[in-house]
Design a protein around this ligand. Structure first.
Ligand code: OAD
Length: 248
């Protein structure tokens, strides 16, 4: 079912639900000014300093030239510095307190869910605001300006960006937590993702198979549209708050 806004039926399901989970992608941050990778939502960066993003964000380059990888992520952190969470992030942060059982899994590394106040978040692809020690594995909040590249841990070993690079597995336990929530929820939201990148794209399918009502929020139809219960065609910042505020 494709709808233009939150229907009374969907709002009633939302009102009764106790176990809710959500998967977000780049589209939730589009209204904050973060470009998406695919679909509408801004001009994605595919190249920087003449090198393709697939190479800059790769485990191979991190091993051979960590300084370039750090420069690339430092550049991206700089682009995010002045961006703020939007109404979509705020709505999801509010849902945490509303539902006894709630988990948000995001593919985004921008940290905007946490900035909006979300605490029950699984960052499937890591966080650009953190580094991770290559020796002791400590996770470190990065300062705005890095004194050296690569930055160093308190144990003096170099840090790496705490993000999932091409050719890498997801952080240990991250997918499993999201999978458990997807399999146990009554309502599953898929917001702002083209659902083309795995294993994240499995989550709405798992939720559906386990009996959840799956609601997609996206201004465009995606590969998921034919398999979900409802696709609400619209922007996350307009649609998500409307579950609680009818008539918006
Ligand atoms: P995509 O860029 O593939 O998809 C973004 C989706 O957001 C598209 O379907 C848009 O139509 C939709 N969109 C745009 N504006 C929106 C809005 N205001 N509200 C709601 N939706 C909107 O992003 P992801 O699916 O997140 O992985 O991409 C998945 C992964 O691909 C990323 O995490 C990244 C990339 O490779 C890694 O870096 C590991």
């Amino acid at each position: 079912m494709i709808v233009a806004g939150v229907t009374e039926e969907l709002r009633a399901r939302f009102g009764k639900a106790r176990r809710v989970a959500a998967l977000t992608g780049a589209g939730i941050s589009a209204e904050s000014g973060v470009p998406t990778f695919r679909g509408g939502g801004g001009a994605a960066i595919w190249e920087w300093r003449g090198r393709p993003v697939s190479e800059l964000s790769s485990a191979e380059l991190l091993a051979s030239d960590p300084v370039t990888v750090w420069e690339w992520f430092d550049h991206r952190r700089g682009l995010l510095r002045d961006l703020r969470p939007n109404a979509g992030h705020a709505a999801l942060a509010g849902w945490e307190a509303r539902f006894p059982d709630f988990l948000l899994a995001t593919q985004n590394i921008d940290g905007l869910h946490a900035a909006a106040g979300s605490r029950k978040v699984v960052e499937l692809h890591g966080s650009i605001r953190h580094g991770r020690c290559l020796r002791c594995a400590r996770r470190v909040v990065l300062p705005d300006s890095l004194p050296e590249l690569p930055p160093r841990c308190a144990c003096a070993s170099p840090l790496r960006p705490d993000v999932v690079l091409f050719g890498e597995m997801l952080p240990e336990g991250a997918f499993e937590r999201a999978e458990a929530a997807a399999s146990a929820c009554e309502l599953f939201f898929v917001v702002g993702t083209s659902a083309l990148v795995y294993p994240a794209a499995l989550l709405p399918r798992l939720a559906r198979r386990a009996g959840a009502c799956v609601i997609e929020v996206n201004p465009e139809e995606t590969e998921l549209t034919p398999v979900v219960d409802a696709t609400i065609l619209g922007r996350a910042g307009d649609v998500l708050p409307a579950f609680l505020t009818p008539g918006v």
